[in-house]
Design a protein around this ligand. Structure first.
Ligand code: ADP
Length: 425
């Protein structure tokens, strides 16, 4: 399911970003091309102004002057003196002649539209035109008409737009190449970005599935015992029935505890926990917990010590009930994983800034590779070693409570063997 969502999200993300990129670059390309065309036409007009000034200074138009203008290869020139083409025009190739006749034609049709221009002694007109008669202009044309003593003198100058068109083509190709590269980069980025976006959701889904699978597994065992006890008690004697009922009750209680733990964790996951913080004295908190576990220590023949700092520890802003719950989980584990005759120590440390609660035992210890995993839901370092009533949820609940207090819970090895859990508030 996540793969499908990933592909769709990546396609959507890439589609939108590439579309925006294309619209923006097309707009930029359009503005840039317009600028190029305008400046190229303005440059042509400037050149023509200079040419007209030079023309006005010539009393006689010589072939030499005309070929000097044409020599740089940019311009083609055609002269009509009193309606008669100049001899100089005979040098033109048939293609050039066809070009000039098209240019004169467009000039005449323009003059019909703008007749006022021809009222001046010397006038000129620049315009772009298409040599093929289509819509794509490929030449700039300039018509100069001068009334002289000898009559009317007309000059047509043509300038190919090929350098400009080739510049535009190169620019378009460059844009296309850059857009393709940018689109590929955006597609890759979208793929990576959406993957990162979905990863926590995927992980969450995986954890939920695992949670449901583990919870079902844990609930199945007591349920199976209850069902078999119930069916056996139907055929059993009164005395045996009492024994079966006892088993049913104890398994029922086990199930109820497991469900309570799971509900607690679900509430923590949804941030529905109510943490009622108030200034609480950590030493009192520790002493209360110590007293509550003294009987269990005696019953299991485990030495149980408490260590309090000599100096006074200031009150801590916490929910004392929840912190007591954490200490109980840690102590319960310490007693469960420490052998008879072992030692469990409950200590309080204060360094002027933070308060630390330590639960240390010299029991079986936790291998380094397991240290991180033990805080996961339903994780038990050794399934076979864990006794009944240990569901692998205790440390997870403890970690959630400490996290809700913005504190830290860590596990390390006790010097000489065993484990030490430290809660820092
Ligand atoms: P459980 O209810 O199974 O004890 P926890 O979440 O409290 O679940 O602990 C997870 C696992 O961490 C336990 O199954 C156990 O293997 C390991 N563990 C926890 N505390 C200790 C300890 N004091 N000594 C050794 N192993 C421990």
């Amino acid at each position: 399911m996540f793969r499908k969502v990933h592909v769709r999200l990546a396609a959507l993300c890439a589609g939108i970003t590439i579309f925006i990129l294309l619209v923006m670059s097309c707009g930029f390309l359009y503005i840039s091309e317009r600028g190029l065309r305008t400046s190229s036409f303005a440059a042509f007009q400037n050149d023509m102004d200079a040419l007209i000034t030079s023309l006005e200074q010539q009393t006689i138009i010589t072939h030499e002057w005309l070929s000097r203008i044409e020599d740089n290869g940019t311009y083609l020139i055609n002269v009509i003196d009193n309606g008669v083409p100049f001899l100089y025009n005979e040098r033109n190739t048939p293609e050039q002649k066809r070009l000039f006749s098209a240019a004169w034609e467009t000039c005449n049709s323009r003059l019909e539209v703008e007749p006022l221009l021809s009222a001046f002694d010397t006038w000129h007109m620049e315009y772009p035109f298409s040599s093929s008669g289509g819509t794509r202009n490929d030449y700039y044309a300039c018509v100069i008409t001068s009334q002289r003593n000898t009559g009317t003198f007309q000059v047509m100058v043509l300038c190919s737009m090929e350098p400009l068109l080739s510049q535009i083509r190169t620019q378009r190709l460059l844009f296309l190449g850059l857009n393709l590269l940018a689109s590929a980069a955006l597609a890759l980025f979208s793929w990576y970005f959406t993957r990162q976006l979905l990863r926590p959701l995927e992980e969450n889904q995986r954890q939920q599935n695992q949670f449901i699978a583990s919870a079902s597994h844990e609930l199945r065992t007591p349920l199976a015992v209850i069902l078999s006890c119930a069916s056996a008690s139907m055929r059993a004697s009164r005395q045996e029935q009492a024994h079966f009922l006892e088993s049913i009750q104890s398994e029922g209680l086990r199930m109820s505890r497991l469900i309570d733990d799971m509900l607690l964790l679900t509430q923590a996951g949804d941030c529905r926990w109510t943490i009622q913080k108030r200034p609480s004295e950590p030493d009192t908190l520790l002493l209360d917990t110590f007293e509550a576990f003294e009987a269990m220590a005696a019953e299991q023949s485990i030495r149980f010590h408490i260590e309090l700092p000599e100096e006074a520890v200031p009150p801590v802003l916490c929910d004392p009930e929840r912190i007591r719950q954490v200490l109980s989980i840690l102590l319960h584990n310490a007693f469960s994983y420490t052998k008879k005759g072992g030692l469990v120590r409950l200590s309080l440390r204060y360094d002027g800034k933070t308060v630390r609660f330590l639960v240390a035992d010299n029991g079986i210890g936790i291998p380094d590779e397991e240290k991180k995993k033990i805080f996961e839901r339903f994780y038990r370092a050794d399934q076979a070693r864990s006794e009944k009533g240990h569901f692998g949820l205790g440390l997870c609940i403890a970690a959630e409570i400490v996290r809700a207090h913005h504190g830290r819970i860590q596990v390390s090895d006790t010097p000489g063997g065993g484990s030490t859990f430290t809660i820092t508030l």
